[in-house]
Design a protein around this ligand. Structure first.
Ligand SMILES: CC(C)(COP(=O)(O)OP(=O)(O)OC[C@H]1O[C@@H](n2cnc3c(N)ncnc32)[C@H](O)[C@@H]1OP(=O)(O)O)[C@@H](O)C(=O)NCCC(=O)NCCS
Length: 324
């Protein structure tokens, strides 16, 4: 019998759910789970096999975990708490180490992903979009942040695909949430919420955003019977920083997106460095930040002056959900 907390600590986790101790685990259970995984099928389905820069990092990790029972047990615990518990339950995980463990855990959820999408009745288009999104999450750290693996925050977001809580309509993604205290605490008193997410690399012009939003309710209700006409649509993002408007052209896409929301509350941190400068480390020298877009120039100048940014939470104005 292995001790879950000890294993997670040894793998560099500094925060994990206390319920981790309830994960029942013996060497036989872990070995059965590990030996029954079809990682090759996951790599193929998520279109990763021909990404050499990815496979060059993933293959050595696969060799390592194949021979390391403690690492297998660690992946098993993460699989259990992310994909076998209540899909809406919030999971807190923190780990500063960067390697391929989060990617491996994500791929271990492949079979579950297909089962969950089938159970929700996803059509071929949603299934293909989902597979692409999971693949993108596996590659993002290496491509965008130039790290040798994935962060735990990637795994936590990608968990929503495996658990089939997200759908994509046009270029926006919509995640079903249940009983989320961060929304309840600010007066959004609904059992379910739909949160809006903007994936990397898609079109974000006002017309595309408007088209996605106005189709959203019907499309979401098709797959998520939990949603009704009163379900609030929310967004928690650096794009909704209360003061960001000062640094934006009013005609830009971000300004138009912001106008669709009623600002509710600021968070106490900001992901602006990450999303605008692709910068993960916290102790960055602001003078060295790039200036190749108008937003980067404005934000850089503000950061140097000591301005603080805070992600904002907004409530979508309901008229956005009606097609004209
Ligand atoms: C959301 C997003 C598509 C908006 O980009 P956009 O459509 O170009 O937005 P705007 O029209 O308002 O851009 C105005 C200016 O800011 C720049 N800009 C916008 N987002 C930027 C970003 N993330 N990084 C650097 N510059 C950015 C644009 O290039 C443009 O610069 P220019 O005037 O020199 O041409 C873009 O920020 C993006 O891809 N973000 C990644 C996904 C994301 O942030 N999701 C939300 C997670 S909470």
């Amino acid at each position: 019998m292995k001790n879950s907390s000890k294993l997670l600590q040894n793998a560099g986790f500094t925060k994990y759910p206390i319920t981790t101790n309830d994960v029942f685990m013996s060497d036989v259970i872990v070995a059965n789970w590990f030996n029954n995984l079809d990682i090759a099928a996951a790599l193929e389905d998520y279109d990763l096999l021909d990404k050499k820069y990815f496979m060059d990092l993933f293959n050595p990790f696969l060799e390592l975990i194949s021979e390391n029972v403690d690492l297998q047990a660690t992946a098993y615990i993460l699989y259990q708490i992310l994909f076998e518990q209540d899909v809406f339950k919030k999971v807190v995980l923190r780990r500063d180490e960067i390697d391929m463990l989060p990617v491996f855990v994500l791929l271990s959820g492949h079979k579950k992903h297909i089962q969950n999408m089938t159970a929700r009745g996803f059509d071929g288009e949603q299934i293909n979009l989902h597979k692409k999104s999971v693949g993108d999450q596996c590659l993002l750290g290496i491509k965008k942040y130039k790290i040798k693996g994935a962060t735990i925050s990637r795994l936590l977001w990608a968990r929503n695909y495996i658990n089939a809580c997200v759908i994509q309509i046009g270029n926006l993604q919509y995640k079903l949430g249940k009983d989320e205290p961060e929304y309840r605490n600010i007066g959004i008193n609904s059992n379910y919420t739909v949160s809006i997410h903007i994936p990397y690399g898609g079109r974000f012009d006002d017309a595309s955003v408007g088209e996605s939003l106005c189709k959203a309710k019907v499309a979401i209700k098709k797959y998520f019977s939990e949603v009704d006409d009163d379900t609030p649509f929310v967004c928690d993002s650096w794009l909704l920083d209360e003061d960001l408007g000062k640094y934006l052209s009013p005609d830009g896409n971000i300004s138009k997106f912001r106008n669709r929301f009623q600002f509710i509350k600021s968070n106490d941190d900001s992901k602006i460095l990450k999303h605008v400068f692709n910068n993960l480390p916290k102790d960055v020298d602001f003078h060295l930040l790039p200036e190749d877009t108008s937003l980067r120039r404005e934000i850089k100048r503000a950061l140097i002056k000591g301005v603080k940014f805070y992600d904002g939470i907004g409530l979508l104005k309901p008229d956005n959900l009606t097609c004209i």
